[in-house]
Design a binder for this molecule. Structure first.
Ligand code: SAM
Length: 276
């Protein structure tokens, strides 16, 4: 017998978003893992649950705390994991503890609930069927440049988290990489008094960030890149001529050009046969 590790989502602003199951679970466990004992202590006090044992799990402690928490779970003690706000494990601690618990054969469950990622995305008006979540972009250096370049060519909707004091720089960098006219949606202070959705182009978003001192928490969502236009027959013929000059047969040239443009081989081969 071992206890269960339950990841419990908590509100991202509005305390009424706490689900009954989340309240009951936090009431029933002996141990609550959290990022900040003061913040989570206040939440549990508000819910009428006191007398819990708290274990701090944040980016600095998660590694060492895992062993201790897994030992408690193996000792048949139920443990809940919450973060400061939203869903644990989403740009918040949790992933490492979940992995450690699963490796030890412990049952892991979750009480789903608020997350800025899902709320912002579903009301963005951007395509939601396929999307990419990048969390916080690296602050500087080649990792940031590489990720922004990747984001610029990504065809699915991209969701980012950003701190208010970094919003302008991120929007400027995105405009440089994606172009001024790419559509962007900024979700601010979701579920809170000053909840706001801003929709427009990257060019106007930069102006927004420069003229209204950004405050509160933001989710940045970027429209996916347009798929490249299919090549014209003229472009295909030029590419075929290059391949033929390099010694390829018409069949091989057609295969290479079709692969290069990601188009059907049959049409390219027909063009190759017509080339003088
Ligand atoms: N685990 C959380 C979740 O599930 O959404 C995210 C935690 S991450 C450390 C915090 C970031 O989430 C903020 O910087 C902001 O980008 C986003 N965020 C959290 N609450 C938000 C809110 N109410 N409105 C807009 N963005 C929010």
């Amino acid at each position: 017998m071992s206890g269960t590790l339950t990841l419990v989502a908590t509100p991202i602003g509005n305390l009424s978003d706490m689900s009954q199951r989340a309240i009951d679970t936090l009431g029933s466990v002996t141990v609550v893992c959290c990022e900040d004992t003061r913040r989570t202590g206040l939440l549990l006090q508000h819910l009428g649950h006191s007398g819990k044992k708290y274990i701090v799990i944040n980016e600095h402690t998660e590694h060492d705390a895992c062993e201790h928490v897994v030992a408690l779970l193996l000792d048949d003690i139920d443990v809940a994991l919450v973060s400061d706000a939203g869903t644990p494990g989403i740009s918040d601690p949790g992933e490492r503890l979940v992995k450690a618990a699963l490796n030890a054969g412990i049952n892991v469950s979750a009480i789903p609930g608020p997350s800025a990622l899902t709320m912002a995305l579903v009301i963005s008006g951007l395509p939601t069927a396929r999307f990419v979540f990048e969390g916080f972009l690296p602050r500087s250096g080649s990792d940031r440049t590489r990720l922004i370049d990747e984001v610029a060519t990504e065809m699915r909707t991209v969701v980012l988290y950003e701190a208010p004091h970094r919003l302008e720089k991120t929007l400027v960098d995105l405009e440089t990489a994606c172009g001024a006219m790419r559509r962007v949606v900024l979700a601010r202070e979701l579920t809170k008094l000053h909840e706001e959705m801003w929709r427009g182009t990257l060019h106007d978003a930069v102006k927004y960030a420069q003229t209204t001192e950004p405050r509160g928490e933001y989710v940045v969502m970027l429209e996916g890149a347009k798929p490249p236009a299919p090549p014209t027959d003229e472009e295909i013929n030029d590419a075929l001529r290059d391949e033929l000059r390099n010694g390829s047969s018409k069949k091989d040239a057609a295969a290479k050009v079709a692969a290069k443009y990601g188009i059907q081989k049959r049409h390219v081969y027909e063009l190759a046969l017509m080339l003088k």
